[in-house]
Every structure is written in C-alpha cells, then in structure tokens.
Design a protein around this ligand. Structure first.
Ligand SMILES: Cc1cc2nc3c(=O)[nH]c(=O)nc-3n(C[C@H](O)[C@H](O)[C@H](O)COP(=O)(O)OP(=O)(O)OC[C@H]3O[C@@H](n4cnc5c(N)ncnc54)[C@H](O)[C@@H]3O)c2cc1C
Length: 376
C-alpha cells in the first residue's frame, strides 16, 4: 500500500491527503488529482452571489499545497477502472494500490429544460458570478430561489440564499417592490432538525418570504418567464436563482461503480465493492447529506484505516455521520445545526440560535481549513 491515488481535491480529497501526509509523510506516495487549479469553499458562492467578495478572492490555489508525500496533479480524469485500480487522465495513466474517489457531485443542467436559457444557477462559481451581475438590476417583481431536484449539496443553502436576498434588496431600498419565493422538494427546510426548520420558517414569515414546500422546479419556460413545478403548477418570475439537479461526474457514471447515480459504499468504512477502492463525500451514497463537513469526516475514517493497515494498528471506529453546518440567517447572524445521521436509529439535529459569535466561528471554520490544507 504505497501508491495512494486520490481523485478530486475538494473537502474529502484535501482532508485525506493532509491526514495521510501528517501520519505517513514520505513513507507513502500520494497523487492528488484535480482538473481545477484552485479550491473554493461551497459557501463562498453565496458571498460571490451577493457581491460580498470576488471569485478571485475566494480561490485557494492548489499550487500552495506543500506536504510530504503529496504530489498535486492538475489533470482531468477521463476513465476509472476500479477492478484494476487504474485511472486515465488527459496526461497519462495512474496505477494505485489504494484508490479513493472523491470527485463530488456535478450539475445536470439538461435535466431541467429551460434552465440554461431562462434561469441561472448559483451553485457554481461561474453561475454565482453571472447572477451577481443581474442582481443590481432586479428592482421589482418576483425572485424565485428554486431547487430542481434532491439530493442537492448543503440542504440549508437555498434557505440561506432567500434570507440573504431579502437583506440585499432591503439595503437597496427595493424590497417592498419585490417578492421572494423559495421552492424546495422537502416538507421543511432542514428535515432532520425540526428546531432549525422552525427557526428558518419563522425567519421567512418575518421577512415575507414564501416557502413552497414539497415541490421541485421541473422546467422553466423562457418565453413566458414561468417556472413549472413538478405538479404542473406554474410560478411566474422576474429573476430565477436555481439549484440545478445533481449527479455524479460522468467519468464516475461510466466507470461501472455507480448505482442509482452515485457510488454505493459501506457506511462504516467507505469501502466500495471493489477491493482497495473507497469513495468519500458527495460522490458516495451513504445516507448523509451532501456537505463538506460530511465529506471531511468520511475522509478521516479512510485515512485512519489506511494508517492502521500500514502500521498494523487497530482499525478506527465506524464512520458516525456527524457534522455541523453553519446557516446564514441574514442581518449579520449565523446559526448552526449539529447533525448526527448514522449513530442513532434516526437522524437528529440540534439547533444553535443565530448569533454574531457564530459568524466568527464560521469564519474560523474556513480559515482553519485554509491553514491546514494550504498552509495559509
Ligand atoms: C452554495 C453552497 C453552499 C455550501 N455551503 C456549505 C457549508 O456551509 N458547509 C458545508 O459543509 N458544505 C457546504 N456546501 C457543500 C460542499 O461544498 C460540498 O458538499 C463539498 O464540497 C463536497 O466535498 P467533496 O470532496 O465530496 O467534493 P468537492 O468538494 O465537490 O470536490 C470534488 C473535486 O473533484 C474534481 N473533479 C470532478 N470531476 C473531475 C474530473 N473528471 N477530473 C478531475 N477532477 C475532477 C472537482 O474539480 C472538485 O474539485 C455548499 C455548497 C454550495 C453549492
């Protein structure tokens, strides 16, 4: 187990490479492969969307990674052979003793007819940047924050977008001339945590944000500027902020590893059915939400297990599916939900009231990862 190949340098891949380097250093050869030249925190897209920062300012360049044993390779993965643990990229072939797939979830814009012509998504940096250019000219009419399908990354993010949009329009003095509607496929904003959902619903009610629950946006009619929901009902809009349908990256779907769109793994060890091949984070089906904190937690279990295998120690405890998510409530307040998905008979979530202290805690969450992963 000397050649470890990590596919994807997102939350999962970065944490895994960091832990293995800390524990094993030059005793191991870790190839960390990503097609991009920089990492961006998911939540930074909200900051870009509302003009709080620029895309350049939130990029963490991979060239800053300097860790014993780790080689970062900017390459696009074109095929994965899980039986042979062989990966082909636009630059060559990589054979692995241990292969970890951490390629995240991609967006499938074609799955929602009209979204490319009539709407905009804020789940990619490019999409958030495009919308940031449209927001200043939206001064009246209806804005829809619309989710086009589940599962989607960071379940609280659409609620955050609606609350931050309220603030943005209020500051510009045009809130009274605008309506905000949030369309979500769930019955409540954060189903595993009734307290969090209640707090979000109260925040929507206070701000006059319409919450359309249990529905997803099935298509957009560009000619009429109408969103068609999955029950056939129609909602006219002047501005659409979309959460596109998600799917595993095409290279994963073509590899034979996926079932029902994502890669099934043991929820305890993150092993796939292929020996020596693991999947962590959004690309895996494991019963936890698609969020960075869960990708990171899963990566830690895999790293501990590989270190134990190499050193002959005890295997780590099973992955527990716990994580804390910060939620922007607007008005310079951030709340937090601590979720436990796997250790009890059903998922639970504990809510921490929005506060200025949690704004600072969220900031520390980001800066501690920047320091740990990129030496900043
Ligand atoms: C608006 C928004 C807000 C969010 N807020 C939060 C939050 O507050 N807290 C939180 O925990 N999570 C949040 N998330 C979710 C979080 O960003 C993701 O769940 C997390 O990044 C998943 O980590 P991952 O390692 O599985 O995948 P990713 O971080 O997506 O990494 C996958 C990597 O694989 C690479 N890749 C894909 N295909 C290829 C290929 N063919 N070749 C080479 N490289 C490839 C990609 O470039 C990418 O770098 C948010 C997401 C969004 C969109």
């Amino acid at each position: 187990m000397r050649r470890v190949v990590i596919l994807g340098a997102g939350f999962g891949g970065l944490e895994l490479a960091t832990m293995l380097s800390e524990e094993l250093g030059d005793d191991i050869d870790i190839a960390l492969i990503d097609k991009n030249d920089a990492f961006v925190f998911g939540y930074s897209k909200l900051d870009v969307l509302f003009g709080r920062t620029t895309p350049d300012a939130v990029r963490l360049p991979y060239r800053d990674i300097a860790k014993p044993g780790v080689r970062f390779l900017q390459e696009t993965i074109t095929s994965i052979d899980p039986e042979a643990r062989r990966v082909t990229t636009d630059a060559g072939v990589h054979d692995a003793d241990v292969l970890i797939v951490a390629l995240g979830a991609d967006y499938d814009l074609d799955a929602t007819p009209g979204i490319a012509e009539a709407g905009n998504e804020f789940y990619s940096v490019a999409g958030a940047e495009r919308l940031a250019g449209l927001l200043p000219v939206f001064s009246r009419g209806r804005a829809i924050v619309g989710v086009c399908g589940a599962p989607f990354k960071c379940p609280p993010a659409p609620s955050e977008a609606a609350l931050l949009l309220h603030d943005y329009l209020s500051v510009r003095g045009v809130r009274d001339a605008c309506e905000i509607s949030l369309v979500m496929p769930f019955g409540t904003p954060v189903p595993p945590s009734p307290d969090t959902s209640e707090a979000l619903l109260a925040a929507f009610a206070e701000r006059g944000i319409e919450f359309v629950s249990g529905r997803r946006v099935a298509s957009l009619d560009a000619g009429r500027s109408v969103a068609v929901l999955d029950d056939g009902s129609e909602m006219p809009f002047d501005l659409f902020l979309g959460v596109p349908r998600h799917q595993a990256p095409g290279v994963v779907l073509a590899s034979g590893m996926s079932e029902d769109g994502y890669v099934p793994v043991s929820s305890k060890t993150l092993e796939t059915r292929f020996p020596g091949v693991y999947a962590v984070g959004d690309v895996a089906t494991i019963g936890v939400p698609k969020a960075g904190v869960f990708a990171e937690g899963a990566a830690r279990v895999v790293a501990d297990s590989l270190v134990a295998t190499l050193r002959g120690g005890e295997q780590p405890a099973a992955y527990g599916g716990q994580g804390s998510c910060y939620i922007e409530f607007g008005a310079d307040r951030v709340g937090r939900v601590d979720i436990d998905f796997l250790s009890g008979p059903k998922p639970t979530g504990t809510f921490r009231e929005p506060s200025a202290a949690l704004v600072a805690e969220k900031h520390d969450f980001g800066s501690s990862r920047s320091a740990r992963w990129f030496g900043r």
